[in-house]
Design a protein around this ligand. Structure first.
Ligand SMILES: [Fe+2]
Ligand SMILES: [Fe+2]
Length: 271
């Protein structure tokens, strides 16, 4: 992907899972930023602290690698420490549609090193998830505010249901640059640009261990399904992949010009 002054290249990294996820990001991010001439980098950090939430130290380590903004999701609330970080750092977002009394920021406008403004929104779905405020209306509100400053608007839509994510993509086409799904920890194969310029992917997938059940140890996860009772969640270790997406956005119009899915290294398909 080439870049020029009329476009901005954005890298988004899917849910970083604990130490294995951080390790692969710390190993390969610099190379990815150079290879794709990235101007702005966003990552989902809801699972940074051993699968649950993020600490101030975790966020500092990720920002030091070159990530500009961290988004989160439902698991950010699992760790009490996360609340302090969310309230004190505007570059760490939490889904906008949680009650405001939880503190934190659901969207923001950020400047990259070339003074290009990028709006980022973090929202969460309601289907098979907590019945929080309407994500559609919440994103409308954030877009109206961000549009006063920039046309470049990236949304991390943290949601379980594919249908809710796809509905949101049609709802936003023409009004935002990109809508990328997170939360299921499994990459989907539908990266595309909608007719009016919205870059879309149902789920970026996690950046973490795939020798697992969505990041957690397989044996415990299987017991949950077999016995229908709680079993300890422990972050898995092996088969770590970095998953995300590279988007090229036209600065003047905010339209997505190209979208490229990243799964690194590629999954094993032969034996
Ligand atoms: Fe996650
Ligand atoms: Fe989640």
């Amino acid at each position: 992907m080439t870049n020029s002054a009329k476009n901005i290249n954005i890298l988004f990294i899917g849910d970083i899972i604990g130490d294995p996820g951080f390790h692969i990001v710390s190993t390969f991010l610099k190379g990815l930023l150079e290879k794709h001439k990235i101007d702005f980098c966003i990552a989902n950090g809801e699972n940074l602290a051993d699968g649950k939430g993020l600490s101030e130290e975790d966020s500092k380590k990720v920002f030091a690698l070159g990530v500009d903004v961290l988004t989160t999701g439902n698991h950010v609330w699992d760790r009490w420490d996360s609340r302090k970080v969310l309230s004190s750092n505007k570059n760490i977002l939490r889904p906008i549609n949680y009650p405001k009394e939880n503190g934190g920021f659901g969207f923001g406008v950020f400047e990259n090193k070339n003074k290009i403004k990028v709006g980022v929104i973090n929202a969460q779905g309601r289907t098979f998830m907590q019945p929080i405020d309407d994500p559609f209306k919440s994103i409308d509100f954030a877009i109206s505010k961000i549009s006063e400053e920039t046309k470049i608007i990236f949304i991390d839509f943290h949601a379980e249901a594919t249908s809710e994510k796809i509905a949101m993509s049609w709802y936003l086409d023409g009004r935002a640059s990109a809508l990328i799904g997170t939360h299921t920890h499994t990459p989907t194969a539908d990266a595309k640009i909608l007719p009016t310029g919205l870059g879309y992917l149902t789920d970026a997938g996690m950046t973490g261990p795939y020798d697992s059940v969505i990041g957690m140890r397989k044996d415990n996860a299987i017991q949950r399904f077999l016995k229908q009772t709680p079993h300890k969640y422990e972050t898995a270790i092996n088969d770590v992949h970095l998953c995300g997406v590279v988007l090229q956005i036209e600065i003047e119009t905010g339209k997505c010009k190209s979208i490229e899915q990243i799964i690194f290294p590629t999954f094993t398909t032969t034996q």
